[in-house]
Design a protein around this ligand. Structure first.
Ligand SMILES: NC(=O)c1ccc[n+]([C@@H]2O[C@H](COP(=O)([O-])OP(=O)(O)OC[C@H]3O[C@@H](n4cnc5c(N)ncnc54)[C@H](O)[C@@H]3O)[C@@H](O)[C@H]2O)c1
Ligand SMILES: [Zn+2]
Length: 777
């Protein structure tokens, strides 16, 4: 570039800018961000200022937009529709104000300030108050007749309000699309598998240029008025602000952000205020526009080649910029979500230097086809995290870099990365041990409905992890008094609170004693709470309860293969897989062993539920293995002939059972994997094992079977949850409300309306001792 002469550079810039102008104005498909275009434009302006002889007849600095494409009727504008000069810095604004003051020979100038809509200019022609024609700006002199499409915009009156309307009034303004309508439209496009639009401006431009106005109507365009063209048969108002007031009376939409300000300070204040409000506005704006308020002043200042001298567009820092992707890495969120992130060559965008941009998820990377080495458009709007909008394909390096693939292990802990069917987000499966998920895992573990460690709040969890005192949940059980005091000191220092140890030594020790006590008493949770506390993905309270009810023992839950879990009530394939994956992850196994070694002992363990016998039906289990194409009827047919899992596992071909060739083929493929064959045999052994443990009939089940209990009040030695677990372990049911069907009400201290109801209905009432006796404890 530096080796080019100014003449060569000017010629190159002219050609390059004209190419982008065409893509932007005619094709509605920009190839580079506006800021990039503006940069090249300014460079050309500067060269031309220094070497006026280099101004080419087709220089973009001499003209507006681009000539119409010819699909619509051409319209010659009665008054040209020009562009605006741009300012970016405070200095640019001071210079503009100075030139205006000099031009008008005034000390201070009054300006009309308004937002600069990021849409496209339109000229609406009204004759005797009736809408007759709408034309695009085109090249400023000739535009396109888009009247049919403009008629679909509800905000545009087809007849102006009031009487005494001018013979001719040309209203100028902007056609645009609201952000919300744009997002909804893109969502529809995505759902329909169609191309999405880059931004509301392009979407609006595309909609306005539709040859079929029914499509325009669907796109929900809007309009705001800000200027005037030809006027016949009425007096022009004195000021721009009066013009807009008049427009409002005529029923034309005018943006409410407009203001009248004085001097350059007034301009800069307005700019700052609008910049603040910008993210909350319903439409995209790319700056603000200042115009001398008195129309007589506007006439006096006049125009230069392509723009008025009386107005200036003060642009906001660009929200989009070009840069290069240096690497694509993944971040692990606190819940294990894996997010690909592009590391970028630093670029100034949206007012800050951006070095990373989110790529959201694997599908997004694929859809946008972002690769290392690519030139990309980065967007940072307001406080939103920067994102990669699109790749500039024409700048992809050669040879082409390889398409992106998500790593299959977590960069933080090395556990497997899993992505469930139908999920966009991939996750690290090392829930209990992954450093990225540590705080969240501990928070969940200690929660009230899990291990219920009272007094272990977020603040302390953060400190324990940050002090390196706790790496995994098992470490909670080896904390000492000293550890807790050290942790508290750090938390106090960090939060700037006066350490209580200094203020009142006794209290601090008492607090730590209490916490240690709470940790100690959490060691004996009901099994379902322990299962819930582990933070297995998809395992909420009710699934934890199902597991505990049906399988009875922690060891069995840990070993159960997905196929066995899947036959339990309300546990689908995804949940079953997630549980089995969790317990299969070596790191999680170590963490659980550490918990057990620390003395954590689940309560209320019991033999598997008698009804499990029915669920162990070989056909169901075989179908639950999710072998491709092997539906339940096919599984039945197969087992009827093969007899046992063992026979199946010993075969290599399956075309002897009268199954369709595709099913036999799928089966053969599945069985060819030794680990899967082994899984089948293991399932078989587990089944035999379980059957041996289970009572013959359901009658031998828990002796409280069929009995319904209601628990109320505070029991002397156990929580209501713990009592409920014991009742359920014995086959009873726990219900929340008393009715005639209730068998027993177990009442503790301060029992209220439920007790009264029980007395009223004559339901047997037990105290804790009575319950324990009934349970045979
Ligand atoms: N990315 C690209 O390839 C590419 C190519 C060409 C142009 N562009 C962009 O287009 C712009 C140049 O186009 P331009 O000549 O239309 O200039 P402009 O869009 O910057 O400014 C003039 C236009 O501003 C609009 N406007 C919005 N609010 C207004 C208000 N309150 N008062 C008056 N006018 C208002 C009008 O439509 C007017 O025509 C540049 O900013 C450039 O970034 C981009
Ligand atoms: Zn991890």
């Amino acid at each position: 570039m530096t080796t080019q002469t100014p003449a060569e550079r000017a010629a190159w810039l002219t050609a390059e800018l004209n190419r982008h102008l065409h893509a932007y104005h005619v094709l509605d498909a920009p190839t580079i961000p506006d800021a990039e275009y503006d940069k090249l434009f300014i460079e050309l302006q500067q060269i031309e200022a220094a070497h006026p002889e280099l101004v080419a007849p087709d220089s973009p600095t001499m003209r507006v937009g681009a000539p119409p494409l010819g699909q619509f009727e051409a319209v010659t504008h009665a008054v040209p529709m020009l562009s605006l000069n741009n300012g970016f810095t405070d200095e640019d604004i001071e210079n503009f104000d100075r030139r205006v003051r000099e031009g008008l020979d005034a000390m201070e100038v009054e300006y009309a300030a308004e937002v600069k809509f990021d849409g496209l200019a339109i000229n609406l022609r009204y004759e005797n108050g009736v809408f007759v024609q709408a034309a695009t700006r085109g090249d400023g002199y000739t535009g396109e007749d888009v009247s049919a499409n403009i008629r679909t915009i509800r905000a545009i009156p087809l007849r102006l309000h009031g009487d005494d309307l001018p013979a001719v009034l040309e209203v100028r303004g902007e056609v645009l699309m609201f952000k919300a309508d744009f997002n909804a439209m893109n969502e529809r496009q995505r759902a329909a598998g169609q191309k999405e639009f880059v931004n509301p401006r392009n979407a609006a431009a595309g909609a306005l240029r539709q040859l079929d106005s029914r499509i325009t109507a669907e796109r929900k365009l809007r309009f705001f008025a800000y200027g005037i063209g030809e006027l016949v048969g009425a007096e022009l108002p004195q000021t721009h602000s009066a013009l807009l007031d008049w427009y409002e009376k005529l029923g034309l939409p005018v943006a409410k952000e407009r203001a009248v300000v004085r001097g350059k300070d007034g301009l800069l204040d307005y700019y700052a205020r609008i910049g603040q409000g910008r993210p909350a506005m319903p439409y995209e704006i790319d700056g603000v526009v200042y115009k001398t308020n008195r129309l007589a002043d506007q006439r006096a200042l006049g125009f230069v080649s392509r723009a008025p001298r009386f107005a200036l567009a003060h642009k906001f820092p660009a929200e989009e910029a070009l840069t290069t992707v240096q690497a694509i890495e993944v971040q692990v969120g606190r819940t294990g979500a894996i997010t690909p992130v592009a590391r970028l060559v630093p670029v100034f965008v949206g007012g800050v230097t951006v070095t990373n941009a989110t790529l959201h998820n694997e599908d997004e990377v694929r859809r946008k086809d972002v690769r290392v080495g690519d030139t990309v458009i980065v967007r940072r709007a307001g406080d939103v995290i920067p994102e990669v909008l699109a790749v500039v394909l024409e700048r992809r390096p050669t040879p082409e870099p390889a398409p992106y693939v998500l790593p299959n292990t977590c960069p933080v802990c090395g556990s497997h990365v899993v992505r469930e069917e139908g999920e966009a987000v991939a996750r690290c499966s090392g829930g209990l041990t992954c450093a990225a998920q540590r705080k969240e895992a501990i928070r969940h573990f200690a929660g009230r409905r899990m291990m219920d460690i009272e007094g272990l709040g977020d603040r302390y969890i953060d400190s324990l992890v940050e002090c390196n005192l706790v790496h995994g949940v098992a470490d909670l059980y080896s904390l000492t008094l000293d550890d807790l005091l050290q942790m508290k000191r750090m938390a106090d220092e960090r939060d700037g609170t006066t350490p209580e140890t200094v203020k009142q030594g006794k209290v601090a020790t008492k607090w730590a004693d209490n916490l240690l006590q709470a940790i100690e008493s959490s060691k004996r949770p009901p099994l379902e709470r322990l299962l819930f506390a582990l933070g297995i993905r998809h395992v909420g309270e009710s699934t934890a309860k199902t597991l505990a009810d049906w399988l009875g023992r922690f060891e069995l839950v840990r070993q159960a293969p997905a196929a066995l879990l899947r036959v339990l009530p309300d546990i689908g394939g995804t949940v079953a897989e997630s549980i089995a994956d969790f317990f299969a992850e070596e790191k999680n196994q170590q963490a659980i062993d550490a918990l057990l070694a620390a003395g954590v002992t689940p309560q209320g363990e019991h033999a598997p539920k008698a009804q499990l016998r029915e669920k162990l039906d070989p056909v169901q289990l075989l179908a639950a293995l999710a072998i491709p194409k092997l539906t339940e009827p096919r599984a039945r047919q197969l087992l009827e002939q093969a007899g046992t899992f063992e026979t199946l596992a010993s075969r290599r071909t399956f075309d002897v059972y009268g199954l369709p060739a595709t099913v036999a083929g799928a089966l053969e493929e599945w069985m060819a994997v030794p680990a899967q064959r082994e899984a089948l045999l293991q399932l078989d052994r587990l089944r035999a094992d379980l059957l041996a443990q289970l009572p013959e009939t359901a009658a031998a089940e828990g002796h409280l079977s069929g009995k319904t209990f209601v628990l109320t009040g505070t029991l002397p030695t156990m929580s209501r949850d713990a009592a409920g677990a014991l009742i359920e372990a014995a086959g009873g049911k726990v219900s929340g409300s008393v009715s005639k069907k209730t068998s027993y009400v177990v009442a503790g201290a301060e029992a209220g309306s439920k007790l009264a109801k029980a007395e009223e209905l004559g339901v047997t009432i037990l105290d804790e001792a009575g319950l324990l006796a009934l349970l045979g404890k």
